[in-house]
Write a new protein. Structure first.
Length: 251
C-alpha cells in the first residue's frame, strides 16, 4: 500500500487569478495573498482596478503584481502564461474571469454564443494548459475554476453561459484524474447569487426568495473557500464541484 505523503507548497509559489480586478476576483486575490502567496492580479482591460487591488494587498503586507492579457485572444493568453511559468514557480491558477451576454437561445446570435464560450471555457484552457508541466515539475499545484449555480440549475436567457460554466465541471473532473499523481488538485467553485455590482437592477426580493439561506453571498464567502482549496490542508480534495450558494443547489 502506498505511503506517499502530500508535497508541501513551495515557499516562492505564485498564484494567477484571472479577472482579479473584479469584486469576487479581488476578494480571492486578498485571501491568497494573506495566505502567503505572491498573487498575479489579471485584467484584460481596466488595469487601473487591478493596480488598486495590488496596492491594497501590498499595504496589508502581502505581495502582488498586475498582469494584463485578453482571454478572448487564446494565443496571447497562452504565451503570457508560458512567460510567467518561465519567470518563476506558478503553482496556483484560479480561473475566475467570465462574461455573460444573455438572450433566449431562439434569439441568440452566433457571436453571443461564441464569445461567452471562448472566455468562460476557452479561457480555462488558455491559462491552465501552459502551466501544467511546471506544476508537475513542482510536484504541487492547485487549479480552481469559478463556475456558477447556473451551470447546475440552468437559468433563462443564459444557455451560452450555463453551457460554458458546466463545461468547466467536466474539464476539471478529467484534469483531476490526469494530474492527481503529480500533486496537482483541480476543483470547481460554483457560487450562487453573490452581492456584487453585477446584480444591477435585478429584482433582489425575487432572488432572495430562491435562496434557502435568506441572504446573498459575499465575495469573501467565495474567497475563503478558494484560499482553503489552495492550501496544503486541501490536498486530498480533487475533482469536486463545491457550491457557495446558500443551499440553492444542494448535493
Amino acid at each position: 500500500m502506498s505511503r506517499r505523503r502530500p508535497a508541501q507548497r513551495p515557499a516562492d509559489c505564485r498564484a494567477l487569478v484571472t479577472g482579479g480586478s473584479g469584486e469576487i476576483g479581488a476578494a480571492i486575490c486578498h485571501a491568497l495573498a494573506a495566505d502567503g502567496l505572491h498573487v498575479l492580479v489579471h485584467a484584460a482591460r481596466g488595469i487601473e482596478r487591478a493596480e488598486r487591488v495590488v496596492e491594497t494587498i501590498t499595504a496589508a503586507g502581502g505581495s502582488a503584481e498586475t498582469v494584463c492579457f485578453d482571454l478572448a485572444d487564446g494565443e496571447q493568453a497562452r504565451a503570457t502564461v508560458a512567460d510567467l511559468v518561465e519567470a518563476g514557480p506558478l503553482g496556483v491558477i484560479v480561473h475566475n474571469a467570465g462574461i455573460h451576454d444573455d438572450a433566449p437561445m431562439a434569439g441568440m446570435s452566433p457571436e453571443q454564443w461564441q464569445r461567452v464560450v471562448d472566455i468562460n471555457l476557452g479561457g480555462f484552457y488558455s491559462v491552465v494548459q501552459p502551466a501544467l508541466l511546471g506544476m508537475a515539475r513542482l510536484r504541487w499545484g492547485r487549479v480552481i475554476a469559478i463556475s456558477s449555480v447556473a451551470a447546475r440549475l440552468g437559468n433563462r436567457g443564459q444557455v451560452n453561459y450555463a453551457a460554458a460554466k458546466a463545461g468547466l465541471h467536466g474539464a476539471v473532473a478529467s484534469l483531476a484524474r490526469e494530474m492527481a499523481n503529480r500533486g496537482v488538485a483541480a476543483n470547481v467553485i460554483a457560487p450562487g447569487v453573490i452581492d456584487t455590482g453585477m446584480l444591477g437592477e435585478l429584482d433582489r426580493d425575487a432572488l432572495l426568495a430562491a435562496i434557502p439561506a435568506g441572504r446573498f453571498g459575499r465575495p469573501e464567502d467565495v474567497a475563503a473557500l478558494a484560499a482553503f482549496l489552495c492550501s496544503d490542508a486541501a490536498a486530498y480534495i480533487n475533482g469536486q464541484v463545491i457550491g457557495v450558494d446558500g443551499g440553492m443547489a444542494p448535493g
